[in-house]
Design a protein around this ligand. Structure first.
Ligand code: NAD
Length: 388
């Protein structure tokens, strides 16, 4: 069995790191940062292995061989990049250039929504046909962060959505096109980005009706992950958080896109919303600031200053300085998600996969809960799925 993984944004830093790091990686290197790798290996025998994955995708940027792209990013170590002369990958164009990414799309023509859907569906079919063994396909959305969408759009039912596609409604976003096309072609869909795609009723209903798994949104790789763990500890220790000040400096293309206020709005909201459900109260100050700072590149730095009160209301504080490599932290999570979603496809478990909430900043399954609870949910479901 083969897993066809088609990534929207395949030339981006995260996707390219996934593709090249997986293709050129050796066993031990591929477990660092994976949540699945921390579980009992006996329970993973029913899950596909990383070797069964083949990659393709779409991008609006300039392409080239994936290894050349990786060398420009300089994210993976040179010892890995030196293991091959090329990493050829199918990059499909013209890609989706819905209105939300018009300004990022450069000279590419803006197609009617129906034609964008048809193009994506054709590519998914083409790639599956080229597979030598029986295969299932999963679409992973790793393109630019989306903009906020109207409540009306979130409430669209399947019929409304069809009408919107046919009439080329300007509120249709790139994420919606990929998701709708993926589900129409019987694929699972993972949204690793801050976009409102999977909050749209029509797409959720479609996934449930077709028994196709969906998972999102916005991968939790650094600061939010820390908040979910440290917040849980503060709550269990009855240390009252009075304020949490978070800054992020990031110098990659994602940081550049996020420096546009309309693209940052969802990301900031995703980062803000973790603390209330984890702490169990909302009477504290919470500031989240994201800044593009080119010299930092993909090596994001985030600072957190936390003010809290203890016995007799005495005030204290602590600081965290997280220096994470964004794509290195994200890539193993994307691979985990692909393997987990694939297993859900085999079991025909459609709709949101609540056991995957641990992977996201805005978990759309059961919502935010302390990290240890989400870890437990994952562990239990993997155990159950290993017996099926
Ligand atoms: N790396 C992480 O730690 C992390 C964590 C959470 C979320 N994310 C999200 O994942 C996404 C990817 O991050 P990145 O650092 O790789 O960003 P990136 O800017 O390097 O890559 C995005 C890629 O998507 C392409 N693209 C944009 N619109 C497209 C479209 N409509 N169709 C096809 N391609 C399109 C761009 O050309 C670019 O190559 C971002 O939305 C980011 O916010 C990343």
């Amino acid at each position: 069995m083969t897993i066809n993984v088609l990534i929207a944004g395949i030339n981006g830093a995260t996707a390219n790191t996934v593709v090249v790091g997986t293709t050129l990686g050796v066993d031990r290197e591929l477990t660092g940062g994976s949540i699945l790798a921390s579980l009992d290996p006996e329970q993973l025998t029913q899950f596909p292995s990383i070797e069964e994955i083949r990659f393709a995708g779409w991008d609006i940027g300039d392409g080239g061989d994936a290894l050349d792209v990786a060398k420009k990013y300089d994210i993976l170590p040179s010892s890995v990049l030196g293991r091959a002369d090329a990493v050829p990958v199918n990059v499909y164009r013209p890609a989706v250039t819905a209105h939300d990414v018009e300004e990022l799309a450069g000279a590419l023509p803006i197609l009617e929504a129906q034609d964008q859907v048809q193009g994506v569906r054709d590519n998914i079919k083409q790639f599956a046909t080229a597979s030598n063994s029986p295969s299932k396909s999963i679409v992973v959305y790793l393109a630019a962060p989306g903009k906020v969408v109207d409540q009306d759009v979130l409430d669209w039912n399947e019929g409304d959505f069809e009408v919107a596609i046919k009439s080329n409604d300007p509120r249709i976003t790139s994420g919606m096109i990929y998701c709708y096309s993926a589900l129409s072609e019987g694929c699972g869909f993972i949204d690793f980005t801050p976009t409102a795609t999977l909050e749209i009723r029509a797409l959720r209903d479609m996934a449930e009706r077709l028994r196709l798994p969906i998972a999102g949104r916005d991968g939790s790789t650094g600061q939010t992950l820390l908040k979910s763990v440290i917040g849980e500890m503060m709550r269990n220790r009855s240390l009252k958080v009075d304020g949490w000040y978070s800054t992020n400096i990031i110098g990659n293309n994602d940081g550049l896109v996020l420096s546009r206020r309309d693209h940052a709005e969802i990301k900031t909201a995703d980062k803000m919303d973790v603390l209330i459900p984890v702490l169990g109260y909302d009477d504290f100050d919470h500031v989240v600031d994201i800044r593009y700072y080119r010299p930092r590149g993909d090596n994001k730095e985030s600072w957190d200053a936390v003010d809290f009160s203890g016995w007799h209301n005495q005030k204290m504080s602590f600081r965290i300085d997280w220096m994470g490599r964004d794509s290195i932290l994200a890539a193993p999570l994307v691979l985990d998600l692909v393997r987990l979603v694939y297993r859900s496809m085999e079991l025909e478990r459609g709709g949101f996969q609540a056991h995957l909430d641990i992977y996201f900043k805005r978990p759309l399954g059961k919502g935010w809960r302390p990290f240890s609870h989400m870890y437990n949910d994952l562990k239990e479901q993997v155990k159950a799925d290993s017996m099926n």
